[in-house]
Design a protein around this ligand. Structure first.
Ligand code: DAK
Length: 260
């Protein structure tokens, strides 16, 4: 499918979803949010795609937020619909059956930060700037940021970031656990591709079930979480991937997984 505001590509088992509105620093308007949802579903359904990388076009921004020009005259009902469209896009990424890495190549502000937080983890350029400026605009994060940031860094840090609206650099974001790794700007894609490649060669089915267990750990009590883990672990033994992985180990060769 062709997208107006995205560049979507698949190369060697890795899907790329690039937000492509560089003149507006890749700000998310409703059309882009809808396209992210579609592209996410398309990449999810494609069996050849093992890992997805989300990034922004251009050298300056990952995504500088939800589109303020579109939002400024919204009514309350339209605001709620806009927020819902955002939730649908973010949830599509969060619930993909394959790992989704955010390669944050510049500004990740407001809705852009929320987009990165909906990915499984973030690698950031040392030039990246992250934050929630929403309260400086008279609103608050509306694409899941209050929930996802609090779960990642704890209530007090999330409140400090959101109440102040301050922007932090990649190193500060790394130190509080929002970012997995800070990379020199011109090496960001090389590092992210190496990471994606490492993940791509592992068993897709095991990764998919692990992602489900880890995501659900946030809402399940330990007892239910362990029950889910045991059920999913058992399910691995019904797959060709498990047979291949363990046979390859016994035969001292490299495994070739097919995701079944
Ligand atoms: N929306 C629309 N256009 C944007 C934009 C944005 N968020 N950010 C930048 N642009 C546009 C600028 O208007 C400018 O367009 P032209 O004037 O050239 O036409 C172009 O991108 C380049 O921007 P600048 O000229 O400002 O570039 P600078 O290098 O000087 O500054 C900046 C870069 C990132 C510091 C600055 O652009 C900036 O502060 N941008 C706004 C960042 C921001 O506040 N982001 C948060 C947006 S609010 C909700 C739903 C969603 C949300 C909340 C609630 N519900 C409905 C409940 C989420 C809200 C947000 O994300």
């Amino acid at each position: 499918m062709e997208y107006k505001n995205l560049i979507v590509e698949i190369k060697d088992g890795i899907g790329f979803l690039k937000i492509n509105r560089p003149k507006a620093l890749n700000a998310l308007n409703s059309e882009t949010l809808a396209e992210i949802g579609h592209a996410g579903n398309e990449l999810n359904a494609n069996k050849n795609v093992r890992v997805v990388i989300v990034t922004g076009e251009g050298d300056k921004a990952f995504v500088a937020g939800a589109d303020i020009m579109e939002m400024k005259d919204l009514t309350a009902l339209e605001g709620a619909a806009f927020s819902q469209r955002g939730h649908e896009a973010m949830n599509t990424l969060e619930n993909m059956e394959k790992p989704v890495i955010a390669a944050v190549n510049g500004f990740a502000l407001g809705g852009g930060f929320e987009l990165a937080l909906a990915c499984d983890f973030i690698y950031a350029s040392d030039k990246a700037k992250l934050g929630f400026p929403e309260t400086t605009l008279g609103i608050h994060p509306g694409f899941g940021g209050t929930q996802r940031a609090a779960k990642l860094v704890g209530l007090a840090k999330a409140k400090e970031l959101i109440f102040t609206g301050k922007t932090i650099n990649a190193q500060e974001a790394y130190e509080i656990g929002l970012v997995n790794k800070v990379v020199p700007h011109d090496q960001l894609m090389t590092e992210v591709l190496a990471l994606a490649e490492k993940i791509r060669t592992n068993g897709p089915f095991g990764i998919r079930l692990a992602k489900e267990c880890i995501n659900k750990s946030l809402s399940l009590a330990n007892k239910e979480g362990f029950a889910l883990e045991a059920k999913d672990f058992g399910m691995c033994f019904a797959t060709k991937d498990q047979k291949e992985g363990m046979t390859a180990f016994a035969e001292r060769r490299k495994s070739t997984f097919i995701g079944e």
